[in-house]
Design a protein around this ligand. Structure first.
Ligand SMILES: [Fe+2]
Length: 454
């Protein structure tokens, strides 16, 4: 599909850039911490010039990279993730490998077992070099036979990688365990009522947490451009708790209030038998609103129950199969992150940014830090003509406290040709950036990034 005028979901701060560029020795305001020696890589949709894939989530993946070392910003470069889709090859859904490789690879970046992987939830990871050139798809020696989520979890204690794959045809959900060395050692199918847009999950010290939420595959949408999912009032909503070495029969499903969460912040076992899950949860009506804004189809029917995309807490009692749940705060946010050294472990801090499509007078562009032990927040408000991207936590050298470290976020001007990588001290977010790297041109708002320390 070709469009001369960009649709709303690829206008303004979402507008794609037309080409791949490189710039050296970038201007920095403030002082970059010397210990930040590595690369910040961020993925996001960037349709090829003149194309409209029908939904914001379907633009071809583009990686933006900023190289920091010795207190300097050595380079910026951007590269599309060069999958066959980029060359006009369309997926053949009767051929597993074609379907799993003709993808956008536009959602996230993972560094694991010596490889840098570009991720999208409906396909295989694509390996890229540290300079962002595409190497090829990764299927773990033929063992990964499903798609791979863009939100795998690395166990900070072992380095093992836990992930899942979703499918529009059975198996709808498969769990995989990859060792720290990169060997896929176990795959097991999990039964869910149907195919949904399952975007994230969680691990705790002993368990896996499944989010089976009512944004469902609608076959009627399959033949149209765009995403074949929409809100369902009928599907219900449940969270599943499974021992990490368990399988389908071991999952304990607990009904929760219908809502949608793209992203979990963290999950933890606070007391025996109790699991706390924190994430960003959309009410049905707010989900429908942002989904149609992104190019998605509205729900066929919608129970209009409140609004918000808020930090939310589910406290699950596994023995009784009950939940207590509710919003922690009233800001509309997205892209929750934590200190990844606390994944699945006890953590009290969550970072987030203002939900891009929900900015208004009461919800101004901000990078936000939540103390979830006390349910308080701290924030840095941006100049209102700028929007923040996901804030990635990078631990300081010799860190002891949970917030000993830095937050890295690419910020984008809403209309001008300007973008910056900002660095904030995570223990003093409201003070604003300690350093701002001025990027050579705008970077569209995108999805997830990762810091790869040298
Ligand atoms: Fe995501």
């Amino acid at each position: 599909m070709t469009a001369d005028v960009a649709p709303a979901y690829f206008s303004d701060e979402f507008a794609p850039v037309p080409d791949e560029v490189e710039a050296l020795d970038l201007e920095v305001t403030g002082r970059l911490p010397d210990e930040l020696a590595g690369r910040y890589l961020r993925n996001g949709p960037n349709p090829l010039p003149g194309t409209d894939p029908g939904h914001n989530f379907l633009g071809q993946g583009m990686l933006h990279g900023v190289r920091l070392v010795d207190g300097r910003a050595k380079w910026y470069r951007n590269r599309w993730v060069h999958t066959p889709l980029m060359d006009g090859v369309r997926p053949d859904h009767t051929d597993r490998l074609s379907a799993l490789t003709c993808t956008t690879s536009n959602t996230s970046v993972l560094h694991h077992a010596g490889k840098i992987l570009s991720l999208v939830e409906n396909g295989l990871p694509w390996e890229v070099t540290a300079d962002l050139d595409t190497v090829g798809p990764v299927d773990f020696g033929g063992k990964l036979r499903t798609a791979m989520t863009a939100h795998p979890k690395v166990d900070p204690l072992t380095g093992d990688l836990y992930l899942f794959g979703v499918g529009l045809r059975p198996p709808f959900l498969t769990f995989h365990h990859v060792t720290a060395a990169g060997d896929l050692v176990r795959s097991t199918e999990i039964t869910v009522p149907g195919p949904t847009m399952m975007h994230d999950f969680a691990i705790t010290r002993n368990h896996v947490v499944w989010l089976d939420l009512p944004v469902v595959f609608d076959p009627d949408l399959r033949t149209r451009p765009g995403m074949p999912f929409r809100w369902s009032d009928e599907y219900g909503a449940r969270i599943g708790i499974m021992p990490r070495d368990g399988r389908d029969a071991d999952v304990k499903w607990i009904d929760v209030e219908p809502g949608y969460a793209f992203h979990v912040a963290n999950a933890k076992e606070t007391t025996p038998g109790r699991i706390v899950v924190e994430g960003v949860r959309y009410t049905p009506s707010t989900f429908d609103r942002i989904w149609t804004g992104l190019g998605g189809e509205p729900s066929r029917s919608l129970a209009m129950t409140g609004s918000g995309a808020n930090l939310y807490r589910w406290t699950l009692d596994v023995a009784t199969g009950t939940v207590s749940e509710g919003a922690v705060d009233d800001l509309d946010i997205e892209f929750p992150t934590i200190n990844d050294n606390r994944t699945g472990l006890t953590s009290d801090l969550v970072y987030a940014v203002t939900a891009p499509l929900l900015v208004d007078e009461n919800n101004k562009p901000a990078i936000i830090k939540y103390d979830t032990a006390n349910d308080t927040r701290d924030q840095w408000l941006l100049d209102p003509s700028w929007l923040p991207g996901e804030a990635e936590f990078v631990p300081a050298a010799g860190a002891t406290r949970e917030d000993d470290g830095w937050l890295l976020s690419i910020t984008t001007h809403k209309s001008a040709d300007a973008a910056a990588l900002v660095v904030l001290a995570a223990d003093n977010v409201s003070a604003g950036p300690v350093a701002t790297v001025h990027l050579p041109r705008r970077v569209p708002l995108g999805f997830h990034g990762n810091w790869i320390q040298d």
